[in-house]
Design a protein around this ligand. Structure first.
Ligand code: NDP
Ligand code: 8X3
Length: 256
C-alpha cells in the first residue's frame, strides 16, 4: 500500500537511506533539507530507479515561518501524511561546557529540539484530524546517557526522548503511533558536521570498529513503520556490536 512519508533531513546519512528504503516499498515521499541540489538529485534518482513520486521541499527547520510556509499548506493530497520521520539534526563541537561555543549550542538546540517541534506542530494536527499516523523521532544513545564534552548535544537528544514520551501521551487517543529511535555510532556526515569539516577527526570517531550505517537505521525505521496497525514500537536503542553504551567501545588497533 502506498503511504505518504515525510522525512526531514533527507540530503544525507540516515534520512537519505530512509528515503531509499521507503521508495523501494513503493511509498511516496516528502523530502526536506537545506541543500537543494542534493534534494533534487535524490528525487530524480528515486523517480528513475523506483518510480517514486517525490515532493522535495528545501528549507531550514530552525526557521518557524519557513516550516509553516512549506508544510502548512501542502498541495493536493500531499497533506495526508501517514508517517513523519523527524530526523534532521546535528551535533556541533565537542568540548567542556566552560569552553563551549554558545553559537554551537544555539544550532543544536534550535535544530534538534525547536526544529523538531515546529515540524511536529505543523504535521500532527493533520494526523489528529484523520485519527491515524506515525511519528518516528530520531533521537540518539546520547539521549539515554550523557558523555563528557557532549553535554549540550546529549541534552538536546534527552529532550527528543522526552518529547517522544510526551507525544505518545498526547496522541494516544488519536490513534497516532510514536516511536523513538536511539542509534549509537552511525557513520554518516554527522561527525564531519560536528568537527566543522575536519574529515580526519571525523573518521577517527569510527576507527577500529565497524560502525552502523545509514542503511542499518533505515532498515529499523522501515520495520517499525511496517508493523500491523495495532502494534507500536515505543523505543529502540541500536548500537554497533562493538559499542556497549555512549562511553564504552571496543576498538581493534591496526598493527603497523
Ligand atoms: P547527517 O549529517 O548525515 O544528516 C543530517 C541531516 O539533517 C542532513 O540531511 C541535513 O540536511 C539535515 N539538517 C541538519 N540541520 C538542518 C536544518 N537546520 N534544517 C533542515 N535540515 C537540517 O547525519 P545523520 O544522518 O547521522 O543524522 C540524522 C539524525 O540522526 C540526527 O538527528 C542525528 O542527531 C541523529 N543521530 C545520528 C547518529 C550518528 O552517529 N550519526 C547517532 C544517533 C542519532 P541539510 O544539511 O541539507 O540541511
Ligand atoms: C550520535 C551518537 O554517540 O556520537 O547521536 O553522540 S554519539
Amino acid at each position: 500500500m502506498e503511504r505518504t512519508v515525510l522525512i526531514t533531513g533527507a540530503t544525507s546519512g540516515i534520512g537519505e537511506a530512509a528515503a531509499v528504503k521507503f521508495a523501494q516499498s513503493s511509498d511516496r515521499l516528502i523530502l526536506t533539507g537545506r541543500r537543494k541540489e542534493r534534494l533534487d538529485e535524490l528525487s530524480s534518482h528515486l523517480a528513475d530507479t523506483c518510480g517514486t513520486e517525490v515532493l522535495a521541499l528545501c528549507f531550514d527547520v530552525r526557521d518557524r515561518t519557513a516550516v509553516e510556509k512549506n508544510l502548512g499548506s501542502l498541495p493536493g493530497n500531499w497533506n495526508q501524511i501517514d508517517i513523519l520521520i523527524n530526523n534532521a539534526g546535528l551535533a556541533v563541537g565537542l568540548s567542556h561546557l566552560d569552553e563551549g561555543e554558545p553559537d554551537d549550542w544555539d544550532r543544536m538546540v534550535d535544530t534538534n529540539i525547536k526544529g523538531l517541534l515546529y515540524v511536529t506542530r505543523t504535521i500532527a494536527p493533520l494526523m489528529v484530524r484523520r485519527g491515524s499516523g506515525h511519528i518516528i523521532n530520531i533521537a540518539s544513545i546520547a539521549g539515554k546517557e550523557v558523555y563528557e564534552n557532549g553535554a549540550v548535544y546529549c541534552a538536546t537528544k534527552h529532550a527528543v526522548d522526552a518529547l517522544s514520551r510526551g507525544m505518545r501521551l498526547d496522541f494516544v487517543k488519536h490513534g497516532i503511533k510514536v516511536t523513538n529511535i536511539a542509534p549509537g555510532l552511525v557513520e554518516t556526515e554527522f561527525s564531519i558536521v560536528r568537527f566543522k569539516g575536519n574529515k580526519e577527526r571525523a573518521s577517527a570517531v569510527y576507527s577500529g570498529l565497524e560502525p552502523l550505517t545509514g542503511d542499518d537505521i533505515a532498515e529499523v525505521i522501515h520495520y517499525c513503520a511496517s508493523l500491523p496497525a495495532h502494534v507500536c514500537i515505543n523505543d529502540v536503542v541500536i548500537t554497533p556490536v562493538a559499542q556497549a553504551n555512549s562511553t564504552t567501545t571496543i576498538r581493534k588497533t591496526i598493527q603497523p
